[in-house]
Design a protein. Structure first.
Length: 385
């Protein structure tokens, strides 16, 4: 008995391991398997051994990656996708005022992004009166100034200076909002479909933001500037990526479209990451708690790129509705207290323990060519705000 027992103990693991490796090698839809209920993972697919008639075969498999988002980036995107698909059709009261010379394809792309944004955010905000959309692509600054003034808006100093190089903007005053776009005459060749779809989503989202907050908050008046620009960048990219799935692009747009949140981010981060990469985690934290990040002329690397990542991680961890309930709570209490009340954690603590780390890790992932600061992952010292 003793000898047999030893022999069994030795043989059993051998048998088990050979069975496992055999079934893994054979896991292919329709191929034979040996034990009902056994699962085998091949690549991103999980196959299950099922009984079919008298035979045991591997089923067609489930693509795990599409069911369970693995990263926070995927989780946040999945939330946006599910919300977008669940929204009913909606037509915002937008009046298009487009200069004759404007490039029609450029206009159509921005319009598609704008209307997708209106659909997505309809349960957070709907314009209650006419929303003028003015495009002066390729025309005189005077045309734009006079059309803006018809709706009670003046062109600010910055916009005048940058008129020729092009911009898009959303403005809100006590009477309503306006969307404005300008630029050099565009040729079809250099119109970047994905970026411009996101551009349309982004600027309309600023109208939504003013609607939710009850006033504009471009420079930290209600919410910090990184949340203002970072969320617009996040939703711009995420919603633009969804559009081809829904067939909402015409052929011209489709041929110029690539689904690439990642490469868009790569482009963003590549331009701006040297700033982020040059810092230690502590330095980035210190930058983010400085008052000029909330309210001042926050550089794009911080308020657009890092701000987009901070928005992404908040959405992934707490969901879209909770994110906006933080904004709503900020309308009658300072945003830091509203943050703590909404998410149950002090803002500085969250930034030190979650936010900055996420920005640092994502930045080094998308742009590994540049080595990160050796202290980019170091534990951050913080005092509660
Ligand atoms: Zn913006």
């Amino acid at each position: 008995m003793k000898i047999r027992l030893i022999a069994l103990l030795v043989i059993t693991p051998l048998l088990l391991s050979s069975q496992l490796s055999t079934s893994h090698a054979a896991a292919k839809a329709g191929a034979k398997c040996s034990t009902v209920g056994v699962k085998s993972v091949v690549g991103t697919k999980t196959f299950t051994c099922v009984k079919s008639g008298k035979k045991l075969i591997w089923d067609k498999g489930v693509n795990k990656a599409t069911l369970i988002p693995k990263t926070r980036e995927e989780k946040a995107f999945e939330l946006v996708r599910a919300a977008y698909l669940a929204k009913p059709a909606y037509k915002a009261p937008i009046t298009y005022v487009v200069a004759e010379k404007s490039n029609q394809s450029f206009f159509q792309i921005i319009k598609t992004g704008t209307e997708a944004s209106a659909k997505f955010f309809q349960n957070y905000y709907k314009p209650h009166s006419e929303l003028p959309f003015i495009m002066a692509d390729g025309v005189d600054i005077e045309w734009m100034i006079s059309n803006m003034s018809k709706y009670g808006f003046e062109m600010d100093h910055w916009s005048r200076g940058a008129f020729k190089s092009g911009w898009g903007n959303a403005h809100t005053n006590s009477k309503g909002s306006i969307l404005v776009y300008t630029g050099m005459p565009s040729t079809e060749k250099n119109i970047y479909a994905f970026g411009n779809l996101g551009f349309g989503v982004h600027e309309y989202f600023h109208v939504v933001t003013a609607g939710i907050l009850g006033k504009e908050s471009k420079f930290g008046e209600v919410i910090p500037r990184w949340a203002y620009e970072g969320s617009a960048s996040f939703f711009g990219n995420a919603i633009a990526e969804l559009l081809p799935e829904k067939g909402e692009l015409d052929m011209w747009q489709k041929t110029r479209f690539k689904t690439f949140t990642k490469s868009m981010r790569y482009y963003n981060v590549k331009e701006r990451v040297p700033v982020l990469h040059s810092l230690s985690s502590q330095q980035l934290y210190n930058t983010f708690i400085a008052p000029e990040i909330d309210a001042g002329t926050c550089p794009q690397a911080y308020c657009y790129t890092a701000g987009e990542l901070l928005t992404e991680v908040l959405l992934a961890d707490y969901g879209i509705d909770k994110y906006f309930s933080w904004w709503r709570a900020s309308t009658n209490t300072p945003w830091r207290s509203a943050f703590e009340k909404t998410f149950g954690i002090n803002f500085n603590q969250w930034l030190a323990e979650v936010g900055i780390l996420y920005v640092m890790e994502e930045a080094s992932k998308v742009y590994p060519e540049q080595p990160a600061n050796p202290d980019y992952k170091k534990k951050i010292e913080f005092t509660k705000s």
